[in-house]
Design a protein around this ligand. Structure first.
Ligand SMILES: Cc1cc2nc3c(=O)[nH]c(=O)nc-3n(C[C@H](O)[C@H](O)[C@H](O)COP(=O)(O)O)c2cc1C
Length: 323
């Protein structure tokens, strides 16, 4: 396959594994990249108590390099932690792709200064234009169906992608609700030049997630997720659980940020994600859980998607060829 995204990133297929807080470590990243997509190491969830996370990230990057020689990325959520030390490590180590999300990417793109390709996660045309003006090489636009943090507009991927494609001239990745080859084909036909996926890659063998979390994604169905943190202005889609419902109940009751912020701490995320106590914590996942019925090796996810997209393409040719 060939799009500006495959050319820019030096990858075979325009399939990017999203930065998955706590879950995306060297094994998952390397498996996706080895299969011809782009894997990413998530910095969210790394131990930042020592050296601002620099040592932990360097170790993860080196473990990834030992597993693959193919390009991969590092994902940085902005605004929640000081990424300075970790970004320097990514640059020193020559990581080819740096993804920036949840904050103003401009100063960081300036610092990167062309040393790596920059991918900025946004939601909608306005933020896409800002990212382009700041010098981003490409954007991923995340629709309402997606897992993890979302835009505030509740705009679906199907509507958002063509609007973003129209707004910018840099390549656009479609994100949110994509889990198979049909989703990849749909994204390309909407004008995207690739896809970015989160939930599908949580339910893989290499994801650093408790088996109960992976199983909960298979069991969830499309309506087994819910939005939390909306009252904090940071809506995010998580698996429905007793704990997630408790968060929303407190939000609906008008609980102040001082009460809510500890409720959504990384340590509570870890109760579900790492320890597998799914009802006692929260774990991110998108509506495409309804399309996922098997935990697979991450490379197999990439291979199946490409094969499904190819057979889908043949089917479309048939549909247009007529009798
Ligand atoms: C478990 C999980 C953790 C996530 N953590 C991050 C993160 O640290 N940084 C980021 O940019 N996006 C994060 N996301 C969002 C994904 O990168 C991706 O944009 C989103 O999952 C796409 O929607 P999908 O789940 O329908 O594929 C996370 C998503 C999930 C499911």
């Amino acid at each position: 396959m060939k799009t500006r995204v495959t050319d820019m990133l030096g990858i075979a297929y325009p399939i990017v594994q999203g930065g998955l807080a706590r879950v995306a470590k060297a094994e998952l990243c390397a498996a996706v990249s080895e299969a011809g997509g782009l894997g990413q190491i998530a910095t969210a969830g790394l131990d930042i108590s020592q050296s601002g996370g620099a040592d932990a990230l360097r170790a993860e990057i080196r473990r990834c390099r030992a597993l693959t020689q193919k390009p991969f990325g590092v994902n940085f959520p902005l605004g929640r932690m000081d990424i300075t030390a970790m970004l320097e490590v990514a640059l020193e180590e020559g990581v080819p792709v740096i993804a920036l999300t949840a904050g103003n990417p401009a100063p960081w793109i300036k610092r990167i200064n062309g040393a790596a390709k920059t991918l900025v996660l946004i939601a909608g045309p306005e933020l896409a234009k800002k990212a382009e003006a700041a010098g981003a090489d490409m954007v991923a636009t995340v629709g309402y169906e997606g897992g993890g943090h979302l835009g505030r507009s509740d705009e679906t991927t199907f509507v958002m992608v063509p609007r973003v494609v129209r707004a910018v001239s840099i390549p656009v990745l479609a994100s949110g609700g994509i889990a198979n080859g049909a989703g990849l084909l749909a994204a390309l036909s909407l004008g995207a030049e690739g896809v970015e996926m989160g939930t599908r890659f949580v339910a893989t063998q290499e994801a650093q997630a408790h088996a109960n979390y992976k199983q909960a994604i298979l069991d969830a169905g499309p309506s087994g997720t819910m939005i939390i943190k909306r009252s904090l202005g940071m809506p995010g889609r998580a698996l429905a659980s007793a704990y997630a419902r408790q968060i929303v109940a407190r939000e609906t009751a008008g609980a102040p940020a001082e009460e809510l912020v500890p409720m959504i701490a990384g340590s509570v995320n870890a109760i579900a994600t790492d320890e597998g106590r799914m009802e006692e914590g929260f774990a991110w996942a998108g509506q495409c859980a309804g399309l996922i019925d098997e935990v697979l090796p991450a490379g197999e996810v990439v291979r199946r998607m490409v094969a499904e997209a190819q057979s889908g393409m043949a089917r479309l040719h048939g549909a247009f060829a007529g009798p």
